[in-house]
Ligand binder design. Structure first.
Ligand code: HDE
Length: 693
């Protein structure tokens, strides 16, 4: 049992709302004890059910009303609790209390999500991922409602309903689920060149993260830090995962969607349950107000990044997720994020996307959570005290005595205006001078839609570019309208001629004649090549065994990987125990048929002639190895196990003293130790996208 003092303030607040069913008896909503919930009240044992049975009616009625509307976007998600810890005082830039002192901890709740699919859709679809964080600060709730891409599809929120209608399932058939590979999405994007930069991210491997724990997060918009004395600094927020940024490959993602539709949420859940608490560093790019126009693009345009090489990301704190919810609906489903939930010291800019969001999030909760009192739902309650004259409405939980208007004298003038004496901790809007015509026109500084799409393309490693081309070919290949395909290919001709030509070729179309490179610039910080992190902590490794496996090798491999923090699972034809070559028992974690290579980061097969013969004859084992190879995963084949590579039709020659080649660690006898070492460093590299064969 965790001691009370070691639990954060939000956790303790939730105690007041937690049910305690231990040693309890069944009751109605009114607390009346019920002795039978298995048989409805009826007239005679075979007679009709009686209306008088209030328990039956109440039970069924409540069940009938269990569902609420799912989020119109980001419907599928997973949440967790944790804390944010500031590295230093940022008082020079912001009076935000939670950033005011080194070591200050603030409880958080984070919800990760996909965007397009409904609540029951698969996790590993090609999509943007939501990364929304609620900070329960002492000065009220601050929500940083971000994504795992730093840009967005449209520049103005007024286009959001159009975009969402286009990307969601088609209105007649409600297909496809969890996919953007369909006509309406590409029709819209091909007519909206401003979406081009975002499409580059969406077609990249960033759209199929290996884990929520291994993706970056971005606030996207330019926000504003504000000091106590009203000075502003423009700011962009970045989350950077401690485990590095890693992705799946497309074929793997598609198989995983069937093998484990809960792939990403299970990964998050299990990591937290096993004490491997996911961690991100929060960083900021700070731009002095005076430099707002010093860039070749507009800081108010959410289709642009500030390249990290231009303005470095300054780490300001870390976030650790260390607790899973107890009830998905109460916590993860009912959490209500809102971009306008800001605290003193953090303010908006005039980014038209952000301005629209500031309306939308509050509005959407009213229908989703059934009325204006959703901030009283436990997960949404701030730790800071709440006093106002908002009254009544569906689901009101508070008994408000006294007056309900301002100004008043009968209620002692309370709640009074805060900060009358100039006190800290009061929200004051940044005083910005605005001067303009009332006009439905976007600034010309928003017009360049291709430079940064090209910047992204230029910054990719060869294998990343290959994946982007393949993704465009897949997505556009699913589009039935040739005109839409052609328009999109022509559009890519403004990013890079090679990209456009390769995509066109894959679609059997002609490359655009008017191609040009959108930019010559490069930002190395954008490539996943440069976003790895040291170590193999929490990587999942499958060890395939059978009767006669070399037990000593198995143990050594398991121990070494576990020492490095990896999660090792031993798989065999059946669960239970298999006998090693020397008679030692090897414990099996999972039956091969209930698993799949796509659920692991790497595969090892220890030696043992008899065992390898069994595995060679088992199509599930052969497929396991072949698939892992195809997906570029590290493979360790000890001793006779290299024969399995042959059985899988893989182009590997057995050598006694192997050089580590493309993550294939093959060897026998006294080199086994070295093979394991190389295997560990191969897992650290994550993926070997260029393999022979
Ligand atoms: Fe959202 N978005 N969005 N969005 N968004 C919602 O709010 C909206 C945008 C993001 O885990 C909705 O509670 C508009 C950008 C996340 O609960 C809704 C625009 C970014 C989540 C809404 C955008 C996001 C949402 C649906 C302007 C990244 C899930 C349910 C074009 C910076 C939060 C809800 C969670 C959810 C509106 C664009 C992130 C309808 C109008 C840009 C992570 O209010």
């Amino acid at each position: 049992m965790t001691t009370d003092e070691s639990r954060d303030a939000k956790n303790r607040q939730l105690d007041g709302f937690r049910a305690h069913p231990e040693h309890s008896a069944l009751t109605t909503d009114q607390g009346v004890r019920i002795d039978d919930t298995d048989n409805a009240l009826r007239a005679g044992t075979r007679g009709p059910t009686l209306l008088e049975d209030f328990h039956n009616r109440e039970k069924i009625t409540h069940f009938d009303h269990e569902r609420i509307p799912e989020r119109v976007v980001h419907a599928r998600g997973a949440g967790a609790y944790g804390y944010f810890e500031a590295y230093e005082s940022l008082a020079e830039y912001t009076c935000a209390d939670f950033l005011g002192e080194a070591g200050r901890r603030t409880p958080v709740f984070v919800r990760f999500s996909t965007v397009q699919g409904p609540r029951g859709s698969a996790d590993t679809v090609r999509d943007v991922r939501g990364f929304a964080t609620k900070f329960y600060t002492r000065e009220g709730n601050y929500d940083l409602v971000g994504n795992n891409f730093p840009v967005f599809f449209v520049q103005d929120a007024v286009k959001f309903p159009d975009f969402v209608h286009a990307v969601k399932m088609e209105p007649d058939s409600e297909m496809p689920t969890g996919a953007s590979a369909h006509d309406t999405f590409w029709d819209f994007c091909s007519l909206q060149p401003e979406s081009t930069h975002m499409l580059m991210w969406l077609m990249s491997d960033r759209a199929i993260p290996r884990s929520y724990r291994m993706m970056q997060g971005f606030g996207v918009h330019t926000f504003r830090f504000v000091t106590d004395d009203g000075r502003g600094t423009l700011v962009k927020f970045h989350w950077r995962p401690k485990l590095g940024v890693h992705s799946l490959v497309w074929d793997e993602a598609q198989i995983a969607a069937g093998r484990d539709p809960d792939f990403n949420r299970r990964d998050l859940w299990e990591a937290i349950e096993s004490g491997d608490h996911p961690e991100w560093e929060l960083g900021v790019q700070l731009v002095p107000e005076g430099d707002e126009h010093a860039f070749g693009f507009d800081l108010l345009d959410a289709t642009k990044i500030i390249p990290e090489e231009q303005v470095p990301v300054r780490p300001i704190g870390r976030m650790v997720l260390d607790r899973n919810p107890q009830n998905f609906f109460a916590e993860t489903e009912q959490v209500a994020f809102h971009t306008a939930n800001v605290v003193p010291g953090i303010d908006f800019t005039n980014d038209p996307l952000l301005q629209g969001r500031n309306f939308s999030y509050l509005d959407t909760q009213l229908i989703r959570l059934g009325g204006p009192n959703f901030s009283q739902i436990p997960i949404n309650r701030p730790l800071a005290e709440v006093h106002h004259n908002h009254r009544d409405g569906y689901g009101q939980q508070v008994i408000h005595p006294g007056t309900n208007y301002f100004p008043n004298s009968l209620g002692g003038g309370c709640p009074a205006h805060a900060g009358a004496g100039g006190g800290a901790g009061v929200f004051r809007h940044y005083q910005e001078r605005i001067d303009g015509e009332k006009i439905r026109v976007r600034s010309a500084s928003f017009d360049d839609h291709y430079s940064q799409a090209a910047l992204f393309w230029n910054s990719m490693a060869d294998w990343e570019r290959r994946h982007i081309v393949e993704a465009f070919r897949f997505e556009l290949g699913k589009v039935e309208s040739a005109a839409v395909q052609q328009r999109m290919v022509d559009n890519l001709g403004n990013v890079d001629p090679e990209l456009a030509a390769q995509v066109a070729d894959g679609l059997g179309m002609t490359a655009p004649t008017q191609s040009r490179r959108g930019s010559e610039e490069v930002s190395p910080a954008l490539s996943q090549e440069n976003l790895r992190a040291p170590g193999i902590c929490t990587r999942k490794v499958a060890v395939l065994v059978a009767e006669g496996t070399d037990a000593a090798q198995t143990d050594a491999m398991r121990e070494r990987l576990a020492d490095e923090g990896a999660v090792v699972e031993v798989l065999a034809e059946k669960g239970g125990i298999v006998g090693g070559a020397d008679g030692t028992a090897i414990e099996v974690d999972r039956a091969l048929r209930t698993a799949a290579s796509v659920l692991y980061d790497a595969v090892a097969v220890p030696g043992g002639a008899e065992a390898v013969e069994t595995l060679e004859a088992d199509p599930a084992a052969v497929r396991f190895v072949a698939e892992a190879y195809r997906h570029g995963k590290p493979l360790a084949m000890l001793g006779e196990a290299s024969r399995l590579m042959h059985a899988a039709g893989l182009p590997v020659t057995v050598v006694d003293d192997p050089a580590p080649s493309q993550g294939l660690c093959v060897g026998a006898g006294e080199v086994a130790d070295r093979v394991t070492r190389e295997f560990v460093s191969a897992i650290e590299q994550h993926r070997f996208p260029v393999r022979p064969g």
